[in-house]
Design a protein around this ligand. Sequence first.
Ligand SMILES: [Zn+2]
Length: 198
Amino acid sequence: MIHPYTEIKFISPEVGYGVFATNKIPMGTIVYVKDDLEIMISQEDYPKYSESLKKIIDRYSYIDPEGYRIISWDFAKYTNHCCDPNTISTGYGFEIAIKDIEPGEQITDEYGIFNLDHEIHLSCDKPNCRKVVCNEDFDKYYHEWDKKILPALEKIPYVEQPLYEFIDEITKKELEEFFKDHSKYKSVYHLRFKKVRK
Ligand SMILES: [Zn+2]
């Protein structure tokens, strides 16, 4: 579920849709939570879909640490990648604003955390654009991502959090631990899907 202060807009035929802030969303705000309504496709079921449906699944899903392909029931799935994003996934499963997002600004995300099994070519026009996102990005960049996440995570208790109630109880406990003791931080690397070879 995406934050309520957002709307979907058509950008261009090349990019398609994007998600934009309707109100200010301060740094430290939880912007996306995987709630119980999300569509979850297991590793076992994915091969059973037709090639056309697989293309749709690949376009709109991310892969969680257990290998499930998650497709949002709402328009969270239209969030575009940026190599200098304003939101990012955390080791706690939800996504967080890592800077203040102004009304009208596009909500952007880091696809390198999605455990992609295909490459995505980029056109995000940032000077540090990686040009392509791939599965190996996770191992390469997670230290950098943790550095961006940590200061945002510390702000969670101090900003409005309409999505907090949708976080599961175990994660809430982990967050409480973190707020008391920042050394309990759970790295974004917890989202890495470790494939079991058969
Ligand atoms: Zn880029």
